[in-house]
Design a protein around this ligand. Structure first.
Ligand code: PMV
Length: 299
């Protein structure tokens, strides 16, 4: 028997960085997936684009940690992914959750999804030092979700266009940028604290707009959110160039997604090809995708 599971990546509509200080955020699973095949074997093997290894916490830290978390069964694991790595789209959460789920089914371990999400978050913390539960939660359950309440909102009906700067991709980037914002906050609390509070307030307003499917207003707020992330110092010239290109091509709104400092931006649009073309012209790699209600699934 073999078991194949896939788990989605995610974008933030609102609230990255502020969520670190307890403010609400809205994240959305997207139809870009990491697929993991698990097969009972007589040794542990992990095979991916990076290469083929045994348990290897340098080359395959998330998958090795997931195997160990489930008691180190002898398993052959093969990974393929559509999610750019270390670019703010939750690639590490997706591979972790898909691996946990595939091994869980292949070996009949009987864990519930809730438990897999919790293990996934623990693994992200072990590997990265710090991680919010957002990525692993959204990758497990899918949909548009308010954090930390976990309230599930309406699915987005419009297209989601992701623009990758192809710069600054690194799993360590998130920790560095979170520290950078923390320093700025310490230096200028009177100025930075209200910005963080304002970013938190987008989630409440955004929730209403998502439920009304009012993408014009939602997009405008995403634009304001991008401006405030820029004010926190986490945008880059390349990210903002892609954000402006997407807006000029008619997107409802566009902002960086995730930690920033490079990585990806996201735009909502009903004319995704025009927006994607503009992003490519501005030097980015565009991906047209959709929100997905589906978290980790067996395929
Ligand atoms: O770049 P990502 O997808 O890891 O997102 C980071 C989001 C932050 O709010 C900056 C940090 C966090 O753990 O929530």
């Amino acid at each position: 028997m073999t078991t194949t599971c896939s788990a989605p990546g995610k974008i933030y509509l609102f609230g990255e960085h502020a969520v670190v200080y307890g403010e609400p955020a809205i994240a959305c699973a997207v139809e870009l997936r990491t697929r993991v095949i698990a097969k009972k074997s007589n040794e542990i093997t992990i095979s991916s684009d990076i290469g083929t290894t045994k348990l290897d916490f340098d080359m395959h830290p998330y998958v090795s940690s997931a195997i160990r978390k489930l008691g180190s069964p002898d398993v052959f694991i093969e990974i393929t992914s559509e999610i750019p790595v270390g670019s703010g789209l939750g690639s590490s959460a997706a591979v972790t959750i898909a691996t946990l789920s595939a091994i869980n089914i292949e070996f009949g371990l009987g864990y519930e999804k809730e438990e897999l999400a919790k293990m996934g978050h623990e693994i992200e913390k072990e590997v990265q030092g710090a991680a919010s539960p957002t990525d692993t939660f959204v990758s497990t359950f899918g949909g548009v979700v308010e954090i930390p309440s976990r309230k599930r909102l309406n699915l987005l009906d419009c297209d989601v266009v992701i623009g990758n700067t192809n710069k600054g991709a690194s799993p360590k980037k998130t920790a560095k940028l979170v520290q950078q914002v923390a320093r700025l906050k310490e230096e200028h609390p009177d100025i930075i604290n209200p910005i963080i509070k304002t970013i938190g307030s987008f989630a409440k307003q955004g929730e209403l707009m998502v439920s009304q499917k009012n993408y014009t207003s939602l997009g405008k707020l995403m634009n304001v959110n991008h401006g405030l992330l820029d004010a926190l110092g986490v945008s880059t010239m390349e990210l903002s160039a892609l954000v402006y290109a997407a807006r000029n091509a008619g997107a409802y709104g566009a902002k960086l997604t995730g930690a920033g400092g490079g990585g990806c931006m996201v735009a909502l649009s009903d004319s995704p090809r025009e927006v994607a073309e503009a992003i490519e012209k501005a030097g980015g790699r565009a991906i047209i995708t959709r929100a997905t209600p589906e978290g980790v699934i067996q395929i």
